[in-house]
Design a protein around this ligand. Structure first.
Ligand code: PMV
Length: 360
């Protein structure tokens, strides 16, 4: 894959008018992307489970611009209402990708977007949101290039989504997506997420992710600032090597279904992500006391019951519980008995592995 393949030849048709709608899911990284170079090039490869229920649905209505003006033009509704706070991020995104979608300078977009998960729940919506928007924009390009193959549409959507929010490039496909060059994956690229094609053991087919909403407030340090702090981080290089090793390890685990090793890699990745934050300068913490209590409860529960339940964390305080489908009842009971007390307003989201984005 190279960047040039995403710069279109001159379009022959007129700028079309119409509406398109896509639903894109969120994803949860098992090997984490933390640290980047300019243009959202990841400092290390990452791999994620695509989720199913936690998703963004975006409709884009489009028509030729009525007046000649420079740059991109759009209106934005979030959950039915104008949302000024989102404008700068989308303006930057559209500006950045107009080199690859030159029609953006000649079209007006009405973007209408909503999430399945509660607003400000602490679940990052940038991955699903940027993925859904990128897919809608690719649908418009398909009107101009009717011969476009569906596979190319998704590949370019992932490439574009990456420019909006790195991890968004892993939200186009499912159920497992890899992003970033890795020696064991010849097709891997820093430019986009690719569906993981290796063998995947039956135990992972219906893997569950129950997200405990431990803290729903805004993060004190954004992911952008966190990535930047990896530039001068004293442990950065060793961390990037570790991510490569953990990805190799996980590929073996996917094949064998070795859940003990899966748990070790996934929990170590989660704690390493937060350890990087705690050892940045300035240092900071995104975990809350409840996050640590939940982790300790999980370890005790695993010790007592041998249920292969493990956790992972995003750049925030919420805890993702990962486990095979067959333990669903047991784990949900455990949550009700012991973990719900640590969730804000007792809230958690039951999700599972999903197939990726869909046109609505
Ligand atoms: O996509 P960004 O720039 O918001 O970074 C997200 C990074 C993590 O969610 C912490 C890890 C990952 O790989 O998704």
């Amino acid at each position: 894959m190279n960047e040039q393949e995403f710069i279109p030849k001159k379009y022959s048709g007129l700028i079309p008018a119409g509406t398109t709608t896509w639903r894109a899911p969120s994803n949860i990284a098992l090997v984490k992307y933390w640290g980047k170079f300019p243009d959202q090039i990841p400092a290390n490869p990452s791999i994620s489970f695509t989720l199913s229920k936690s998703a963004t649905t975006t409709s884009v209505s489009y028509e030729p611009k009525k007046q000649n003006s420079d740059g991109t033009s759009f209106t934005l509704l979030f959950e039915g209402k104008p949302k000024e706070e989102f404008r700068p991020k989308i303006t930057t995104f559209l500006g950045r990708i107009s080199k690859y979608l030159p029609f953006l300078n000649e079209i007006h977009l009405k973007i209408d977007t909503s999430n399945t998960f509660p607003h400000s729940s602490g679940i990052a919506s940038s991955a699903s949101g940027m993925a859904a928007l990128a897919l809608c924009l690719m649908d418009i390009e398909k009107e101009l290039v009717p011969s476009m193959e569906p596979e190319f549409l998704k590949r370019k959507a992932s490439f574009l989504a990456r420019l909006g929010s790195g991890s968004a490039c892993r939200s186009i496909s499912g159920p497992i997506v890899e992003w970033g060059m890795h020696k064991d994956l010849p097709e891997s690229t820093d430019l986009a997420g690719i569906p993981y094609k290796g063998e995947v053991h039956q135990v992972f087919q219906d893997y569950q992710d129950t997200i405990l909403l431990v803290h729903k407030g805004e993060k004190t340090v954004s992911s952008t600032a966190g990535h930047d702090l990896m530039n001068k981080h004293p442990f950065a290089n060793r961390r990037f090597e570790q991510a490569h090793d953990n990805l190799s390890g996980l590929m073996g685990v996917f094949e064998t279904g070795d859940l003990e090793k899966f748990i070790q890699i996934v929990e170590s990745e989660a704690l390493t992500l937060h350890a990087m934050m705690m050892t940045s300068l300035p240092y900071y913490l995104l975990m809350k006391p409840q996050t640590l209590s939940v982790i300790q409860k999980i370890w005790a529960y695993r010790e007592q019951t041998s249920v292969p339940l493990c956790f992972t964390l995003d750049a925030g305080a919420n805890v993702h519980l990962l486990y095979p489908l067959q333990y669903r009842e047991k784990v949900l009971q455990f949550i009700k008995n012991e973990l719900i007390a640590y969730c804000e307003n007792g809230q958690y989201i039951c999700d599972q592995l999903g197939e990726g984005s869909k046109k609505v």
